[in-house]
Design a protein around this ligand. Structure first.
Ligand code: SF4
Length: 64
């Protein structure tokens, strides 16, 4: 499983970072940054999916 991130859609709520700080970081402007651009480790998949489900802008998506 991988995560795709759309920087243009991101509004910087940082819900993703709060829900899955192992997967997401925040840049200097408050927008999300992917900490893991490749395969998400299996132990972090549930957290990553939770963040995807809670992004109000649909800026992050799961790619199988
Ligand atoms: S939750 Fe979505 S909109 Fe908010 S910072 Fe994360 S990716 Fe961006």
């Amino acid at each position: 499983m991988r995560i795709e991130y759309d920087r243009d859609a991101c509004q910087g709520h940082n819900r993703c970072y709060l829900l899955a700080p192992e997967v997401f970081d925040v840049d200097d402007e408050g927008y999300a940054v992917l900490r893991i651009t490749g395969e998400i480790p299996s132990e972090l998949e549930e957290k990553a999916k939770l963040a995807v489900d809670n992004c109000p802008e649909y800026a992050i998506t799961v790619v199988q």
